[in-house]
Design a protein around this ligand. Structure first.
Ligand code: SD4
Length: 320
């Protein structure tokens, strides 16, 4: 049984796996497969944490982060804090293919997307409005303000230095991560000749400070591809993970001879040296089609589910 082509993605997002597989099976590129697979999740609003209508920020708005990388040309397109456009990975691909740039952010990224013909629409839904107003009612009250409680999930801006800290040390507004509402799609696709592409798409962290960008659109953090080695993609607490470029690290571990599973484990261990408890996971595949995954440990999170499609399977298969 040949090991290629291969699609592997974070979480039980089977419709995305299937959509990407269909693209590879029809003989199109790994890059097309990643774009199509992640787009499917954006349409499905996978788990409410990919695409429109999820993870409202502190002002109630949903914004999107995405990236796509071609491991054969080493080209990347990425967008962060994208507003009013549903197909974030499509815009990332457009940045890669129709500009000389790599990464566009915020309002300007949205204007670029509009100029490229992407539909401009409200990303708010009844669901995201409900999440937002519950949070406002429950936590964003004067006695919960950040200078009173240091728990960021239970407070909101305006941000001030914490009492007792020196003025030159502002409180860092790190977001605690809700393990159950935080699931980026990260995908690796490899065509039958070993061309590797990777991508991510997410609406980020709930109740984030407007402007916050997570790991997902960051090259080497959210994902990384190099067809001479393989690819990796990450999910989890982006404010922690982006500091360690875990996808780049996992690919480099494979380059130095590690098998995909231990490449992931080593990248996770690197983070755990500094942050023993964190919510996050990495998937990894080499260019001959072996794959693996590893996750950090956080309360309520010890097993990480991902989905695979490869020769010999008739449908996407969930693995742990
Ligand atoms: C972020 N990494 O914005 C994303 C969210 C995520 O599983 O992956 N959740 O931090």
């Amino acid at each position: 049984q040949p090991a290629l082509p291969l699609v592997i993605n974070t979480w039980p997002f089977r419709s995305a796996t299937q959509a990407a597989w269909n693209v590879l099976a029809s003989g199109r590129s790994a890059l097309d497969a990643v774009e199509r697979g992640c787009t499917q999740c954006e349409i499905d609003q996978c788990d409410g944490t990919v695409g429109y209508g999820g993870s409202p920020d502190e002002s109630g708005e949903t914004t999107l982060d995405a990236m796509i990388m071609c491991g054969s040309t080493m080209k990347v397109g990425a967008v962060a804090n994208l507003r009013r456009i549903k197909n974030a990975i499509g815009v990332a691909r457009a940045v890669m293919e129709h500009t000389k740039h790599t990464f566009l952010v915020g309002e300007s990224a949205s204007l670029f997307a509009e100029s490229m013909g992407f539909v401009c629409e409200d990303l708010t839904t009844n669901r995201s409005l409900t999440i937002y107003s519950k949070w406002l009612d429950q936590y964003c009250q004067p006695n919960y303000r950040r200078n009173v409680t240091p728990d960021p999930e239970k407070s909101c801006g305006p941000y001030k230095p914490l009492k007792g800290l020196k003025n030159d040390k502002p409180a860092s507004p790190q977001k605690a991560v809700d393990v159950h509402s935080h699931d980026t799609i990260g995908m690796i696709a490899i065509d039958k000749t070993g061309n590797v592409a990777t991508g991510t798409s997410t609406n980020g962290a709930s109740h984030k400070v407007p402007g916050r960008v997570g790991d997902s659109p960051m090259i080497g953090a959210g994902s990384y591809a190099d067809s001479s080695v393989g690819g990796a993609a990450a999910t989890g607490d982006g404010d922690t993970m982006m500091r360690f470029l875990p996808s780049y690290q996992a690919v480099e571990n494979m380059r130095m001879g590690a098998d995909p599973t231990s490449a992931c484990q080593k990248a996770i261990a690197r983070i755990q040296k500094h942050v023993p408890v964190f919510f996050g996971a990495i998937i990894c595949a080499n260019n001959t089609g072996s794959y693996g995954a590893a996750c950090g440990k956080a309360p309520g999170f010890s097993q990480f589910h991902y989905t695979v499609f490869k020769p010999g399977l008739s449908q996407p298969r969930e693995e742990v």
